[in-house]
Design a protein around this ligand. Structure first.
Ligand SMILES: [Zn+2]
Ligand SMILES: [Zn+2]
Length: 208
């Protein structure tokens, strides 16, 4: 079982690839600008193709390469339904974009508590509204790892001032995420990795 992280685009957004040696399919989480070119080379070298692309939310810095990924790999794309509109109509969330983005489409929705297994990798969906209405985190128990998107970062939480943010839900979302085992590794949408244990005081720090 292996994962690789690649940061790209103007916001240095993380895209994360997961695979197990015995499966021809890998999973990708988020598709920032420039990531397809990188993963295309890596997957060719590994002799694998993409089984699915899972999005943590619809902000442009996480979705700029979704349409391109679809053309290259044709894999299904999953997102929470409350963030669908901004994927189909980039910029409809009111967040200013630094460049234009090709509209993309989802093939399936991810919903809270749902479990999926693709390419021998099982993930559990944790809906974590706050930063956007359809923010999700993906928990991969085999890897003892959480993809936290822009919900939880090393030492901080996602921005709650954007036009479609839902600040009133963030505290409960953080509680849900922090209930995972403390040793769980966290790969955020930006910046360095952390663990659930190291971020246990984050609610107190932001909510008193
Ligand atoms: Zn975001
Ligand atoms: Zn982001």
């Amino acid at each position: 079982m292996t994962y690789e992280i690649y940061s790209s685009g103007p916001a240095e957004t993380n895209s994360i690839l997961f695979y197990i040696e015995t499966s021809p399919l890998a999973l990708l989480f988020d598709a920032p600008l420039g990531c397809v070119r990188h993963w295309e080379k890596r997957l060719a070298k590994l002799g694998k193709s993409l089984g699915a692309l899972f999005l943590t939310h619809s902000h442009w810095d996480h979705t700029a390469d979704v349409a391109k990924a679809k053309k290259v790999w044709g894999m299904p794309v999953g997102i929470h339904k409350e963030d669908l509109e901004n994927l189909e109509k980039p910029g409809s969330d009111g967040l200013p974009m630094m460049f234009s983005i090709e509209p993309a489409f989802a093939d399936f929705f991810v919903a809270d508590g749902e479990e999926k297994t693709i390419g021998g990798i099982t993930l559990k969906v944790l809906h974590s509204p706050g930063h956007t209405p359809g923010c999700v985190c993906y928990y991969l128990p085999q890897f003892a790892l959480l993809i936290s998107g822009d919900t939880l970062f090393k030492g901080t939480i996602g921005n709650l001032s954007f036009p479609t943010a839902r600040p009133q839900f963030m505290k409960d979302s953080l509680k849900k995420v922090l209930s995972l085992p403390p040793e769980t590794l966290v790969i955020p949408g930006h910046g360095e990795m952390t663990t659930i244990g190291k971020e246990q005081d984050i609610i107190r720090r932001f909510y008193g």
